[in-house]
Ligand binder design. Structure first.
Ligand code: GDP
Ligand code: MG
Length: 442
């Protein structure tokens, strides 16, 4: 979704940025672009019609806020209406109980087990004591899957491998739960919400009385999320939704807007296979990222988890100023390796989200990064700070010193130049994003 859906929305904004006077023709064509983007994101046609007419009416009738040009006003209206469409408020988890019990429910393959572990890691990072309980007795591999994920993130795991009875499992460990702040229960799925699944979930609900019952939905079901959320709501009652696989689906807009239209609050989103590709859903941040307006806050939070706060801030500043040297590049590459895929990180940066980023910049493999590190370490301090001075002679020396082929040294120089060019090229878009940060976003 952050790819195709976001790309289409960004394209329409990019077009708008090139036009200075917004007349009826420009507005019509802009709205028709937005409309197409929403429809291709599988947003329900009635919702699309309603948001388009709201945007039109606000664009035509509302006076821009002081200091905003007409164009900025229009972008702000789009931003606000998209936020309303995709969720409006942030869905929170109240950590009230001792412990807070969270039951995850959903169909086969929706991402329950993966999300259970991701959620556990999120709470753990907040300093909370959390454990995972596997009640899926349906899939033979479920026990091992969650156990391994739990080990990976060093979170206690409970389950009975041979058991066929979810209630037996949750009862056996009931004495242990109050040692934790949060207990997360994974459950079995089915191909559809059948009687069997309803009965199983109802029994678990009655036994555990969880404060949170989260429906796990995959973004690729698009607007069908509406029917599914409604069905689970009437069968067991849900307190919120986790939408997974937003990274891989063009239909994420449909899934999110459908949840919002059914009043099922999206509380978390899954953005990839990796355990850290998961976050609390913040519609405002999400939409500003979607539109390429950037989200420096999330970026800094991610960076802080990987490197020290001051370092992260300094690095972000340098990157935005396009001033960074090879030393910075190295730091940046290292930090980014810890922070997650480059593509995701770049999408968080104001202005960069809207820039077209060359795909080879995004596909830098780990092995390459390792040898680049060696190459950079073979440069003199002067070379690292003033990469322009690196000529053919120096390339030969650096290659020898690092034990890497000259072609690889050249490749790194090219990457550096591209990165710098990219950072410089975001000029006007960056300005716009900055404007947005101050004026409405957040
Ligand atoms: P369950 O049957 O509901 O427990 O689903 P699983 O947790 O086993 O996930 C099914 C598949 O979806 C696995 O291959 C996961 O790696 C994958 N998956 C889960 N969440 C995400 C996500 O946010 N993004 C991507 N790309 N894959 C995901
Ligand atoms: Mg599972």
């Amino acid at each position: 979704m952050l790819d195709s859906f976001g790309e289409a929305l960004k394209d329409s904004l990019r077009k708008l940025l090139k036009i200075s006077l917004i007349d009826k023709k420009v507005l019509d064509s802009f709205l028709s672009d937005i409309r197409l983007a929403l429809l291709s994101g599988d947003v329900d046609i009635e919702l699309v019609n309603s948001i388009i007419s709201k945007i039109r009416s606000r664009a035509e009738n509302e006076k821009p806020k002081p200091g905003l040009t007409q164009r900025e006003h229009l972008i702000n209206v789009v931003y606000e209406e998209l936020v309303a469409l995709l969720g409006a408020e942030r869905g929170k988890i109240e950590l009230s109980g001792k412990p807070t019990k969270i039951l995850l429910a959903g169909l086969f393959g929706s991402g329950k087990t993966t999300s259970a572990a991701k959620l556990a890691k999120l709470f753990k990072k907040q300093g909370l004591k959390v454990c995972l309980v596997q009640t899926d007795t349906w899939r033979p591999a479920a026990y091992e899957q969650l156990k391994q994920l739990a080990e990976k993130i060093s979170v206690p795991f409970y389950g009975i491998k041979e058991s066929k009875d979810p209630l037996e499992i949750v009862r056996k460990f009931s004495q242990d739960y109050n040692r934790f702040n949060v207990v997360i229960f994974d459950t079995a799925g089915r191909h559809a919400l059948d009687k069997d699944l309803i009965a199983e979930l109802k029994a678990l609900d009655a036994e555990l009385k969880p404060q949170e019952k989260l429906l796990v939905l995959s973004a690729d079901i698009g607007q069908a999320a509406k029917a599914q959320a409604a069905a689970f709501q009437s069968a067991i009652g849900i307190t919120g939704v986790i939408v997974t696989k937003l990274d891989g689906s063009a239909k994420g807009g449909g899934a999110l807007s459908a949840c919002s239209a059914t009043n099922a609050k999206v509380k978390f989103i899954g953005l990839g296979e990796h355990i850290d590709d998961f976050e609390a859903y913040e519609p405002k941040q999400f939409v500003s990222r979607l539109l390429g307006l950037g989200d420096l806050q999330t970026l800094l939070e991610k960076a802080q988890a990987a490197i020290k706060k001051e370092e992260a801030e300094a690095l972000a500043k340098k990157m935005l100023k396009a001033e960074f040297t090879f030393d910075d590049l190295l730091k940046q590459i290292e930090a980014m390796q810890k922070m997650g895929p480059l593509k995701q990180i770049l999408s968080l940066m104001p202005g960069l989200g809207m820039a077209k980023i060359p795909s080879e910049l995004l596909q830098t493999q780990e092995s390459k990064i390792k040898s680049w590190r060696v190459i950079i370490q073979s440069m003199t301090k002067e070379e690292r700070n003033n990469p322009e001075i690196i000529d053919a002679k120096r390339i030969t020396r650096i290659a020898k010193g690092s034990g890497k082929p000259e072609s690889e040294v050249r490749e790194l120089l090219k990457y550096y130049a591209q990165m710098r060019k990219l950072l410089k090229s975001v000029g006007s878009e960056k300005q716009l994003a900055k404007l947005f940060k101050g004026k409405f976003v957040g």
